[in-house]
Design a protein. Structure first.
Lengths: 110, 117
């Protein structure tokens, strides 16, 4: 099945560092969603992007909808231990279908 | 006041059995989904329903049969369970919206961990 390329696959960072991750595709998407999943839980929506070039923040998180509409970026500033988890991007393909990225596993060392 | 709920949270069963997973959302959404997350954490859409009608079936074996009795509920019945069906199954919901609309945010349930022995 289709999946978005998401990188990096995993990251180990020190508390206080900034984090960047991205998703790329050969398809054009009209909506990008970013999720965080913690162990034993469902993905939780962090940020939604609807327009090419859009830059949206949610606290320490900032995400951008790429100009080409084929990519998106998520940045986390000043990471803290509770940022640990798996971060997924999702692109909307058509009206009812979302394609998910392969996930970025983030570990924060205190 | 849970937005998207699923039952059961855990399901352990023998190969060949039939089992069901239930999902309910109280967000007033009209589109619901089933996803499968494998051991590598890849999330893959299985089905999408809009207003109780099946919209997407991603080449899922016909042992899997979703049923939507109303817009707030989407259940998943699995016949003749196989070892490869072991995974976490997530229900999700959203408003129906044209592609790129501001109502396209999708919300997930807590998941059902299915283990087939």
């Amino acid at each position: 099945g289709q999946q978005l390329n998401q990188s990096p696959q995993s990251m180990f960072i020190q508390e206080g560092e900034d984090v960047s991750m991205n998703c790329t595709s050969s398809s054009i998407f009209n909506t990008w969603l970013w999720y965080k999943q913690e162990p034993g839980e469902g993905p939780v929506l962090l940020i939604a992007l609807y327009k090419a070039g859009e830059l949206t923040s949610n606290g320490r998180l900032t995400a951008q909808f790429g100009i080409t509409r084929k990519d998106s970026f998520l940045n986390i500033s000043a990471s803290i231990p509770s940022d640990v988890g798996i971060y997924f991007c999702a692109g909307q393909l058509g009206t009812y279908k979302y394609i998910f990225g392969t996930g970025t596993r983030l570990k924060v060392l205190a | 006041d849970t937005a998207v709920s699923q039952t059961p949270k855990y399901l352990v069963t023998q190969m060949g059995n039939d089992k069901s997973i239930k999902c309910e959302q109280n967000l007033g959404h009209d589109t619901m989904y089933w996803y499968k997350q494998d051991s590598k954490k890849f999330l893959k859409i299985m089905f999408s329903y809009n207003n109780k009608e099946l919209i997407i079936n991603e080449t899922v074996p016909n042992r899997f049969s979703p049923k939507s009795p109303d817009k707030a509920h989407l259940n998943l019945h699995i016949n003749s369970l196989e070892l490869g069906d072991s995974a976490v199954y997530f229900c999700a919901s959203s408003h129906w919206g044209y592609s790129g609309g501001r109502n396209n945010e999708q919300f997930f349930g807590p998941g059902t961990r299915l283990t087939v022995l």
